[in-house]
Structure formats: C-alpha cells, structure tokens
Write a protein of this length. Structure first.
Lengths: 196, 196, 196, 196
DNA sequence: GATGAATGAGATTTCATTCAT
DNA sequence: AATGAATGAAATCTCATTCAT
C-alpha cells in the first residue's frame, strides 16, 4: 500500500472509532490527527474538509450493511426456508458484540444526521429500503415455493424488517431480552395460515 | 404563574424546539436565549449549566412517553381486546405529524446521548422497559380473558413492542409504508394458535 | 462614556492604526485585541465579524473626508475666490504629516478593497464624486460672480479635483515636489480667458 | 524556450492575473500552482519564496510602465507639440480597457506595498519620477522650440503628470468622466501666456 | 431576576514552506 | 525539473461560562 493510502485508511479507521466513542460533533480533527499521529492540517491533504471525511465514513459504514449479507436468497429453498430465516436473524446475535456496538453507534449517528441533511437521508432510506425489499423478495419466493401462505406478503415482510432492525437498536442500548425467541415468534407468524 | 416559572418554561419550550431542529450539540445557549428574548447569562439563573437544561428537556420529553398513554389497560376487556390493541397502534399514525416529528427527533437525540452517558441510558431503558412490560401485562390479561393463546406471551409482547417502537422511527425518516397493515399483521399474529 | 463605548472606540482606534501600519489583510484580530488589552473573542462582543469592524473603520475614515471640509463655499466670494481656492489646497500641505499619512494609508487600503468589493466601491465613488461636484459647484459660483471665465467649467473643475486628489497620493509616497506651485499652477489655469 | 523558462513565464503570467483579480495577499501559491497546472512545491524550483515571486511580478509590471512609451520625445517637434501631447494622453483612454484594468490593479497593489516596504518604495518613486521628469524634459524642449511659454515649467510639468496619473486611477474605479476634455484642459493650460 | 462585558478553550481551515524521492 | 506528503503557525470564529452590577 502506498503511504498516502495507508494514512488515508488510518484516518478512516481512527475517525470511525472516535465517532463511535464521542459522536461526530464531539470528535474534532485534532483528536483524529492525534490518534493517527499526524498533524491537524495533514488531514486536509487527504480530505478537503471534515464534512468530506464524514461522508467517507458514511460510505465505509454502509457498504457493510446490506440485506444480502444477512440473508442470501441463493441459499434459500423450500426445505430450509424457515431455518435459514431464523438463522439469518440469530446470526446477528452471535456476532462479536463489541465490534457490532461500534458499527451501530456510528450508524445511529448517521440516522440523526439524516434527519437534518438531505444528503444522508436519501442514502439511509435506500439502505432501509434494501432490507424492506429484501424481506419482501424472500417471502415472495417462499410463497412461490409454497412454504409461505401467499397473502399479505408485503406487510409480513415489512414487519419482519422492523423487528430485525429494532433488535439491533435494543441490543445497542444494552437491553437484555430474549431476542432469539422474539425473532422466532416473528418468523413463525409468517407461516401461519390466517384463520381469523 | 410567577415570572421565574414563566421564563423557565419558555426556556424549556425553546430549547426543546431548537434541539429538534438542530440537534443538541448544534444548539447553543445563545440561540436559546435569543429565541426566548433574554440574555445568554440569564439562562444560568434557571439552570446551572447547559447539561442541566438538557436533563430537564429529557424529563419533559419522557414524561409524555408512557405505555399507558397509548394503551390504557383499564379500557381493555375480552370483547374489545383486538380492536383496542389495533387502535392503540393506529392512533400514533393519526397524530399531528409535525408535532410528532419534533418529539421523535429530540427523543432520538437522547437515544444517542444514552449510548454514551450512563445518566441517560438508565432512564431511556426504563422507558423502553415500560413499553416492553406494558405489552406483556396486556397479553397476560388477554390470556386470562381467554382471547390470547397463553403461550410464548413474553416473546409475543416484546415483538409487538419492537414493531410499535420502530414504526415511529421509520415514520420519522419519512419512509412511506403501509403501517396500518404492518401493525395489524403484528397484532393478528398474537391471536394465532400455533399449529406448527 | 460607558464601558462598552470606551472599548468600542479603543477597538476602532487600534484597528485603524494597525490597518495603516500593516494593511487590512495583515492585521489580525489577535493584533487588535492585544493592542487594546482585551482577549481575542471579546472583539466579537463589539463587532460581529472582522468584516463589520472593517466597515466601521471605513465609516470612521470617510466621515472626515468631505469637500466641504477643505473648501467651504459659504466663505467664498468674488473678492477672495482665488485666494480661498489656493488656501484650501495649501491647507492640506500644512497639516500634521504623520496623522495625514495614517489616514491616507488606510484610505488607500479601501481604494484597493473598492476594486474588488461592490460594497466599498459605491461609497468610495460617492466620496470622489463629492469632490468632483464640489469643485464644479465652486467654479459655477465663480462664473456667476464673474471671476471665472464661464467656459469649460466641468472639465476645469474635474482637472482641479484630479490634481488635488493626486497631490495627497504623492505626498503619501514621500515624493518631495513643489506642491504649492503645482496647486497654484492648476488654480491659475482656471482663470485664464482661453485665447488659443 | 526551455521548459524551465516556459514554466517560469507561465508562473509570472498566472500570478499576475491572480494578483489583479484577488490582490496579492489573497492569492495563495496553491491558486497559482493550480492555474499553471503544476504542484505547489514546484513553484519553489523557480522562485525561492512567495516574496521573490512578487518581486518578479513587480519587475514585469513596471518594465512596461515608462514615460517614453506614452510620449516619445523623438517624435515631438514645434509643429506637432500640442497635438502629440494631447494624443499621448488620449491614447491611454483608447487602450483595451480590460487589459488596462488588470495592469492598473496590480500596480495599485504595489503602491500599497510601497507604503510599507522600502524595497518597493524606491522603485515606485523612480517610476513616478520618470513621468515627472519626462513631462519636464518635454516642456523644456517645448520652451526651446518656442511653443511653450518658458515660465514655471516644472510646476506645469508636474501638474500634467498628476493629472495624467490620476486619470488612470479614476478610470480604474469606473468613474465616468469626460477624460478627453479634462486632459485637453490640462494640456491647454500649459500654452497660456500668464496674464495675471 | 437579569444583564453587560468579557474570557479560556477549542473548533475548522488556510498558508507558505520543507524535504525525501 | 518536479512532486507527494506533511507541517508549524496562525487566521477567523463559536461556545459555555463567569462575575460585578
């Protein structure tokens, strides 16, 4: 790796961790520079402003956050459908907690930013939509395969997305719930033939 | 009301709105003072520091945010159980959107704060717990009344809480989903006799 | 004088002198604050920005710079016309040199600013126009009184203005010319009945 | 031209234009480098510091600014004396305005510098002196040829120089005066046999 | 009950300059 | 002949806070 690229990625890493620890607003360029061991103005050789650095962190965080990472449609079939769906949710519970907290903290920072800045809102919504659509596609497949009752698929999918998404938030806050059972309850409700 | 109390509540109101608009960090005491029409140092007569003002806003916001506001157990009975449960969720969709956004924005600010400051974490968790427990109590009642299958009640309750809570987040970001149907799907899943 | 007004005028004075000595760009707020003996941010209590301070200095300099100060039409009459005209120009040569240099240096700073900033251009042009018009009015009076040949008055007036104005510039640079004779030559040319 | 010389003169050109547009202080080496399409440190191969570059621009500007360019004594004779004198002044009014403005802006920058830096003062004074002396020599010749009354030649010459010089300043600021008539008035005053 | 005046700490950013390559 | 990477110094400006009045 060239020197420039090295420093560049050190800056991304340091900023990322500091954003998680102190929040974006309370992380100054001085703190980042100190962490990396370069001078404050040197940051400007790599990023034209703090704002640009923030955007690069945004890219960095969100590139990792895709439905397909958690649920790979290609691996699903009629036989393993329920299992896979359960496993996809449970996987997030088994992950390295510390690392997850860090990612989620920064993600939350950006959700707040998104409430005020169009630039972030669009991308954040695109990410949420990616999960909403992902679950929908999955259930449609499940219906095609005859394992999911073919009614009300969109609402079911979105309910799953909301539960899945919010489990991460509650984890982040340190609420200790029986997430496995909750996710299972949500997943199971999908397969019920509505009798009401 | 005494003058002191008047100014006090004007400060709370102004700070609350400004926190929603610009975020806590980016709202300066100068902005708040200007909004209320007093001088900056005068704020210190009412609050010993910005931090204390923030805490009072926290109280102000969270005093309004209780499960019992949304779902009043006293009004539930065996006959209206499903209806009331549906209505409690839908009510949040019918509320004055602008006002709701403001409250939710500030609430989100505090969720972020809670990730870094023990002081806020405890109270925020207490609030989330209030909803988690509230739904649980409700379903236990429902089971007693024979309208909810008496299995897996806790997980069902928490799933409802997660869906309920996250609907507000998605609303806030401006995602346009069929929330009524989603909530109905979640609610209906509660009544199913698990046959799998 | 109130404390605020005192500091305010100390700031104006200090900034004015420092602008003359180092130029506007090279005079930092730190230098000004140090000169007055207050802290850097205190300046912002009195002026909202460096730009505003500059504008106030501009006002301060230009309020002193009016044709009527140098040539008071009310004092002119047919008998003393030439004498008064001469004296008005010569007065500027007799003035306290050091003080004059300071004023002129800052004035020159603003001329440069005026080349780039509409805001200053207009006001500077108004000032030059004040002299151009002043000389014109004077010569018109002179013509009415029969002491100035009533031809070509505008060009004559403007020529006087140019000479008068530029004498200050040359003085400022330290060029040692026989300014008295130059001014006299210019003034005398006004009275000639053109015979060519 | 060698590559070195090429880049050198590109730097001079670019710096010159940028100085005119933004002023010396507000023109950074980064801006100049960008304009020429080289890297910032490369400037240091050609000039040892920004200060040296400024001095070279000074040379560049002032080499063009000589009395002999405007009034070539060799072309004057008794018959065409007045005409030539008029034409020399009018020429400056006919010149390409945009180009003239650029030169004059930079020149003005240096006048300001000259007020603070001995190094520039001497050379600037030399230039002004060149015009003052030039007009004087011209009038002396005119007197020898019998076309200019042989009295008060120095003051007349200097008055012409002041008018000539200041016309450029007023042009630069965008003041719209009848400069032709003004210059003619000044020139004509030279030929008058003083009768007062 | 409130303010006028001020401040220390610190934020982002710009700039001329350096030096190994 | 030029550059990539970095820096020290300093600029403007903001902010929470203080304290005599």
């Amino acid at each position: 790796m060239k020197k420039k690229d090295l420093t560049h990625s050190q800056l991304i890493d340091a900023a990322f961790l500091l954003f998680a620890e102190h929040g974006i607003d309370k992380t100054s360029l001085a703190m980042i520079a100190k962490e990396v061991g370069i001078s404050k103005p040197s940051i400007y050789y790599h990023f034209s402003s703090k704002e640009e650095l923030i955007e690069r962190i945004f890219d960095f965080v969100f590139s990792d956050y895709r439905f397909e990472h958690d649920f790979d449609l290609a691996e699903f079939n009629a036989d393993n459908f329920r299992e896979k769906l359960l496993a996809g949710g449970w996987a997030m519970l088994a992950v390295d907690k510390e690392n997850q907290r860090v990612v989620l903290k920064v993600l939350n920072e950006f959700i707040l930013s998104a409430l005020r800045d169009e630039k972030y809102r669009e991308r954040l919504i695109a990410m949420q939509q990616n999960y909403l659509d992902g679950f929908h596609r999955l259930l449609v497949k499940g219906a095609e395969w005859g394992v999911v009752p073919p009614v009300n698929l969109e609402a079911k999918a979105h309910m799953l997305a909301l539960v899945f998404d919010n489990i991460t938030s509650y984890l982040l806050l340190g609420l200790e719930l029986k997430y496995q059972a909750i996710w299972q309850t949500a997943v199971d409700s999908i397969f019920i033939k509505e009798a009401n």
